[in-house]
Structures are given as structure tokens and as C-alpha cells.
Design a protein around this ligand. Structure first.
Ligand SMILES: CSC[C@@H](O)[C@@H](O)C(=O)COP(=O)(O)O
Ligand SMILES: [Zn+2]
Length: 205
């Protein structure tokens, strides 16, 4: 199997796993996996597809500018520039973006603060935070409709090779060295958002 085929299969498998969780409501979400550096090329989901379906037209190969490497009728994800920024600024190998009710509501509740902090919760260890008093901070950025503007804002938080950013009333984007790490961060984030939401609902009564 070529590297291209291996990466395609890895991305298709992770797409199926996230689909099983119903994390692609209304065609939302996009996924990417790096195929090579210098020149950068990565596979990204084709725009507007039902990501619950597995087909031979789910992904296309794009370059560092987010343009298709070969002639294709497929359109790269509308949010490809976010994935470009990740691969340009970090050593990540995989990036995942999903919309959930929990991540949207949390982003709205905490959006004015520009971040949400988690402390004293076991699952922040998924982000490599093992100390007793460690704090996980997930930035929350405004949801600019103009994707280059959104990307500019997003780039400010790309200082590590793995991480997560919430886009207000839109969704979350995570990145990690490979699909396993990116999925771990995604699942941990969604757990933390659901926990915080449940707590918020109890405490506001
Ligand atoms: C209709 S879903 C919202 C989209 O605008 C977008 O935010 C999204 O996540 C999916 O867009 P896509 O172009 O399919 O990658
Ligand atoms: Zn989106």
C-alpha cells in the first residue's frame, strides 16, 4: 500500500468512527490528514458531503494553499484553510473539526471570556496535563464567515503540535500527531463540554 492509500484508509476509518457518534449533523464537519511534507500535501474531506457515507469521493489531495493537487470535480472543504494553517504552523499529522450541540452551547456561554478552563478533571490528562493543579484552557474565537479572517484568528492559537480551539456557535477543531491523538483530544473535549453543560444546568437552578 502507498502512503497515500494508507492515509486515505486512516482518514476513512476515523470518519466512520466519528459518524457512529453522529458528529456530522447536516453535512457539518471536516477532516484532514497529512500525506507529505515539502511540499505539503494533505487529504481533506470534499465539501458538502454526507460524511456518514463511505465513498471513493470522500477526500481529495490539496496543497499548502488548500488547492486540489490534481484535476477533480470535487471541492475541498470550505474550511480547508484552517487545516492548511495547522500543517503550516505545527508538526501535526491529523486535524478534525466537528459541530456538536455541546460544543456550540459551551462556546456561546463562555464566548465572551474568549476561553474555557478545566481544572480538577481526570480527562484533562488526555491533553498531557498530569499535575494535580493543572488547568486545561481551550480558546474560543469568533466565527468569522470569511474563512481567511477566521484562519487569521485561528492561527494565533497554533503554537503547539496538538491542541483544540472552539469557534463560537460553530464547532471545535483539534489537531494531533496522528488520527489516534487527534481523536483522543476530540473525545476528551466533548466529554468535558458535556460535563460542564450538565453542571451548568444543575447549578443554574
Ligand atoms: C452545513 S454545515 C456547516 C459548514 O458551513 C461548515 O462549517 C462545515 O463544517 C462543513 O463544511 P464542508 O465544506 O463540508 O467541510
Ligand atoms: Zn464547520
Amino acid at each position: 500500500m502507498t502512503v497515500f492509500q494508507e492515509r486515505w484508509q486512516e482518514l476513512a476509518d476515523i470518519k466512520d468512527e466519528l459518524a457512529l457518534r453522529d458528529w456530522f449533523m447536516g453535512t457539518s464537519g471536516n477532516l484532514a490528514i497529512k500525506v507529505q511534507d515539502a511540499p505539503l500535501e494533505f487529504l481533506v474531506t470534499a465539501s458538502g458531503k454526507d460524511k456518514r457515507k463511505r465513498t471513493s469521493e470522500d477526500f481529495l489531495l490539496v496543497d499548502a494553499a488548500g488547492k486540489a493537487v490534481e484535476e477533480t470535480p470535487l471541492k475541498p472543504s470550505a474550511e480547508t484553510l484552517l487545516h492548511c494553517a495547522i500543517y503550516q504552523k505545527t508538526a501535526a499529522g491529523c486535524s478534525l473539526h466537528i459541530h456538536t450541540v455541546a460544543n456550540n452551547v459551551i462556546s456561546e456561554i463562555y464566548g465572551d471570556r474568549g476561553k474555557i478552563d478545566f481544572k480538577g478533571l481526570e480527562l484533562i490528562k488526555a491533553f498531557g496535563l498530569w499535575e494535580e493543579d493543572a488547568v486545561l484552557t481551550i480558546p474560543i474565537i469568533p466565527n468569522h464567515a470569511h474563512i481567511p479572517d477566521l484562519t487569521e484568528e485561528f492561527r494565533k492559537y497554533l503554537s503547539a503540535d496538538s491542541g483544540a480551539v472552539l469557534i463560537r456557535n460553530h464547532g471545535i477543531t483539534v489537531w494531533g500527531k496522528d488520527p489516534f491523538e487527534a481523536k483522543k483530544l476530540l473525545e476528551a473535549s466533548e466529554f468535558l463540554f458535556q460535563y460542564q453543560l450538565a453542571l451548568y444546568q444543575i447549578q443554574s437552578h
